[in-house]
Design a protein around this ligand. Structure first.
Ligand SMILES: [Zn+2]
Length: 144
């Protein structure tokens, strides 16, 4: 438990494909362009380990861009496509159980998503930081 990244860190990169989003699209039959804009970790404080890690994602499809001001050109998260808004709860155990099926289907390592480069962090100044993926030894293929 202690060595796992919190969701906030893992999901902070805007450039990275978010496999939780891919999972939610499949699991809840969401629009192909669905994305989340905010999330929170729900701690159920259950007795079993698998009861602990749940997070809730709020999002929708946002085809409209901001037309004025300093954020001009960015997505307008206040104007979702009607009917696409929703909040979905993802269980960490369930999500991790889904990863091998994603790997089997895509032939890609789920840690680096086939790039061979593992994302290690993001900051406003430096952008994304990467290192060779330790799981697939930078091959991009899931280990046999
Ligand atoms: Zn990898």
């Amino acid at each position: 438990m202690a060595d796992e990244l919190p969701f906030a860190v893992e999901a902070a990169s805007p450039a990275r494909i978010d496999l939780r989003t891919e999972y939610m699209k499949e699991r809840f039959s969401l629009h192909p362009d669905w994305e989340w804009h905010s999330f929170k970790v729900i701690d159920h404080k259950g007795k079993r380990l698998e009861d602990w890690e749940f997070s809730s994602y709020e999002g929708g499809v946002f085809p409209n861009l901001i037309t004025r001001g300093p954020r001009k050109g960015r997505k307008n998260y206040r104007k979702p496509m009607p009917g696409t808004e929703g909040t979905y709860v993802v269980g960490d155990r369930e999500f991790k159980a889904w990863l091998p099926t994603w790997e089997a289907r895509t032939g890609k390592c789920s840690v680096c998503q086939g790039t061979g480069q593992e994302w290690t962090g993001w900051s406003r100044d430096a952008g994304d930081r990467f290192k060779d993926c330790a799981r697939c030894n930078a091959t991009g293929k899931p280990p046999a």
